[in-house]
Design a protein around this ligand. Sequence first.
Ligand code: MTE
Ligand code: CO
Length: 427
Amino acid sequence: MAEPTDKTRASRRKFLVSAAGLSVTSLAAAGAAARPSFADNSKNLPPNVADWTRTLGEGVGVRAYGNPSKYEKDAIRRTVPWLTATPESSVSFTPLHALDGIITPSGLCFERHHSGIAEVDPADYRLMLHGLVDKPLIFTLDELKRLPRVNKIYFLECAANSGMEWRGAQLNGAQYTHGMVHCVQYTGVPLKLLLEQAGVKSNAKWIMAEGGDAAAMNRSIPLAKAIDDCLVAYRMNGEMLRPEQGYPVRLVVPGWEGNVWVKWLRRLKIGDQPWYTREETSKYTDLLEDGKARQFTFVMDAKSVITSPSPQASVKQKGFNVISGLAWSGRGKISRVDVSLDGGRNWRTARIDGPVFDKACVRFYYEFDWNGEELLLQSRAMDDTGYVQPSKEALRKIRGVNSIYHNNGIQTWALKANGEVENVEVG
Ligand code: MTE
Ligand code: CO
């Protein structure tokens, strides 16, 4: 179904020919369009010697901890003030439109806190493990660091990601519609090792994870998942966890909704049934049309989004352009991503580039030649269980529109003739 048709093959050929035939002038024009500041500052352009070549640069060590270039001001977290009542119980969004590859830079990972960022002193950090165990244990941070550790790349998606889009297109930007996701490398101890040390009783079935923040946010997780692949993580992208992400220790629950990834982790209690905490009763349940609610809907189904072009990343010129996006699945590996230019009527297989890890983001591309016509851009992810990301229409048929959570429907961006992009719905 998604094999290229003769028509798309032909246009791919045409694209290759025209890309190879780009002249020096058209490359310069493309550069000027992409970097307007150069045009204002023509004394820095070839054949002149640029200002930055005429003077010595700043010395080493001045930037004890490096920051991005001052020209990269667009790549920042953003909030939607009307979404939440207070900054302490709020969310900021990952600038997906400004990023590439699969790893989210630590400082750009979206943040979701219920009671602000806990400032935990690592010297006073303790992790309690108790309940239905032979030997209750308390670990210091140093003790956790002395245990065998693993490195894993996983996505984390808040169950409320795209939650504002259930009733129709709302927020204009991939950052806002899909930016409650990040993907980083974690270093930590398999939770299984801690459980083995404590000795889990035979009637144990659930584990409760509790945070050390003012919300003491807590969730019940089936013990089977805890033993399977959960991590007690203390590093992300090589360095210690950022305070926003739960410094010094957070729970990593691969492929499952972000809410169960408890930050500032202080306690793990083993039990024989769930605790029915606030976060799994009044929140994080999915109210269906018939008044029933789905509960413990942990897994994040396969999802994808075109990050560029998107409302915050318009198309600068006709001709050679690259569609780029992210796909992820909480059930396993992404096996394929398709892209449509016509609102889902025809699909072409996108090119996945970079590593494809289990329960991690993958990066896809689709190169195309834009003649200036209006397009309806979509992407559709598939995972190795055979699951195919549904249309929003199909999703609403089974879930209704009462829920906030687990909206993994296909996103549509309308590319206008002037290159601007808008969040729309088709069908
Ligand atoms: N853990 C604690 N202790 N307190 C919180 O408020 N928020 C949860 C989860 N863990 C939260 C928490 C929610 S709803 C999400 S989506 C993720 O953390 C967000 O993780 P991040 O801030 O690293 O993006
Ligand atoms: Co969340």
